[in-house]
Design a protein around this ligand. Structure first.
Ligand code: UD1
Ligand code: MG
Length: 461
């Protein structure tokens, strides 16, 4: 277990509760708010990721029945080995959510972090600074933020935090306060337990507000330590789709900056869509209007884009991919893909291959030096070294019932508009004439033409 801060009274083993059960009414969506995505990950992922990076792996997620089935997968992909979800039904407010979490946790001395699940811009440094200031009743993360704002206002007397007033419940003077409640709290667990038992729901929403624990602490002369975030953008909560788009843009800029600092050239970061955790080598260039998603890697000196989408694509070095889509596939070194290629379904494109100008490759292996340069469909096919696939070639892999494979050897010359009616095998060095419809196997070195394709040698003899 990692140790933080080293302040007196601070537990080595910090636990966290993440609030993710809210209905998300303002999203106007059948999808629960914390499952809406930014940069390819659900909102909740970023909160769990920041906790994991801060070394907090004992996390309880308060969920509703729509969120619960997804928590384990999200937590695992955020790096947590185990996850714990507790149901809050019905959802009676953030204070009620914490009550439910505490009822499911064995009481323990020390710090309990509480985080809203709708703050995807949260950064690990801020979690760490809240933990470092823990030890009193509450270290409360706040942020100075431009007005108007719908965040809860921090009401201070002098330096001391008196209470938090929700914007809905605030009077005119309180609405002018520009210090907001971030939604990240480092509580002393036993003091939280006694305060939470006394919450009431006398407010505009009839909800139990977690923020009312602050007033309770003041009455008991407990110490509340405000921790002012350096940048309010890292605590922006997402409550509707306008805020989701704004948070997405900020997150995207942050992710782009990360890759640029690692040596990746982004010609236009504004139109470049990257996800966290990609493996992009230094000296890769990414041209405008390009989206690179989950599981993708790109080797050095490759140039991707413009107008390109990669998803789970493993791209080698010195590769060029433009105006194309590559999904669940691998592209070998020095290959040129596009413009207008669609490579998908576990395709393996070898070194020095040329694929493009309206070519689709599905679940096929193209050996080094293969060329499919114009208007072709290659599906469920193996193609040998240096074979040239002529313009308009189709592998007819589906006979109405099942998919069949086409096997094409090395150094084959496939004439324009050839149709291979699978299953069919073409030997090394064979040739098909323009418009050939190949319905049976072709031997090595054999030349076939016509519909159905027949051996040239036999026809002319
Ligand atoms: C909350 C804070 C506000 C703060 C803001 C920061 C309260 C009362 N107010 O307001 O002071 O400035 O966050 O973003 O806490 N949730 C549950 N169960 C519920 C209700 C909510 O789990 O019954 C979860 C939501 O899924 C969400 C989080 O708690 O992730 C915050 O709830 P939300 O309704 O978004 O609160 P805000 O109005 O944003
Ligand atoms: Mg919110």
């Amino acid at each position: 277990m990692e140790e933080f801060g080293g302040e007196p009274g601070m537990s080595k083993h910090v636990r966290a509760v993440v609030l993710a059960a809210g209905k998300g009414t303002r999203m106007n969506s059948v999808r629960p708010k914390v499952l809406h995505e930014l940069c390819g990950r659900p909102m909740l992922w970023f909160v769990l990721r920041a906790l994991h990076e801060a070394g907090v792996d004992d996390v309880t997620v308060v969920t509703n029945s729509d969120v619960a089935p997804h928590v384990e997968a999200i937590a695992r992909s955020a790096g947590h080995a185990a996850s714990r979800a507790v149901l809050q039904e019905p959802q009676l407010g953030t204070g009620h959510a914490v009550q439910i979490a505490l009822a499911n946790l064995e009481p323990r001395e020390g710090t309990l972090l509480v985080l809203n699940g709708d703050m995807p811009l949260i950064e690990v440094e801020l979690v760490r600074s809240a933990m470092a200031r823990a030890g009193n009743a509450l270290a409360l993360v706040t942020a100075r933020m431009p007005l108007p704002s719908s965040f809860g206002r921090i009401v201070r007397r002098g330096e001391h935090v008196q209470k938090i007033v929700e914007a809905r419940d605030a009077d005119e003077d309180e609405l002018l306060i520009d210090e907001m409640n971030a939604g990240l709290y480092a509580y002393d667990e036993s003091k939280l337990r006694s305060a939470i038992a006394e919450l009431r729901n006398e407010n505009s929403q009839g909800e139990y507000y977690l923020t009312d624990t602050i007033g309770n602490f003041r009455e008991r002369s407990e110490t509340i330590v405000p921790v002012v975030a350096g940048n309010y953008r890292s605590v922006l909560g997402v409550n509707d789709r306008v805020e989701l788009a704004a948070a997405s843009a900020l997150l995207r800029a942050r992710i782009c900056e990360h890759y640029m600092r690692e040596g990746v050239t982004l010609v236009d970061p504004q139109s470049t869509y990257l996800e966290p955790g990609l493996d992009i080598a230094a000296d890769v260039t990414i041209l405008p209007n390009t989206a690179i998603g989950r599981g993708s890697s790109i080797g050095a000196h490759s140039e991707i884009g413009p107008n390109t989408r990669l998803q789970n694509a493993r791209v080698g070095e010195h590769v060029t991919i433009c105006d194309s889509v590559v999904v669940d596939s691998a592209i070998g070194d020095l290959a040129i893909v596009g413009p207008f290629a669609h490579v998908r379904g576990g395709a393996e494109i070898g070194t020095n291959v040329r694929v493009g100008n309206f070519v689709e490759i599905k679940a096929s292996t193209l050996a080094p030096g293969v060329k499919a340069s114009h208007l072709a469909y290659v599906g469920d096919t193996t193609v040998g070294d240096r074979t040239n696939i002529g313009a308009g070639t189709i592998t007819a892999n589906f006979n109405g019932k099942r998919k069949n494979r086409t096997t094409i050897g090395k150094d084959v010359s496939v004439g324009s508009n050839t149709t291979f009616v699978a299953p069919v095998t073409i030997g090394d060095g064979a040739l098909t004439g323009a418009g050939a419809v190949v319905i049976r196997d072709v031997a090595a070195g054999e030349r076939v033409v016509g519909n159905p394709a027949k051996s040239l040698r036999k026809e002319t003899s």
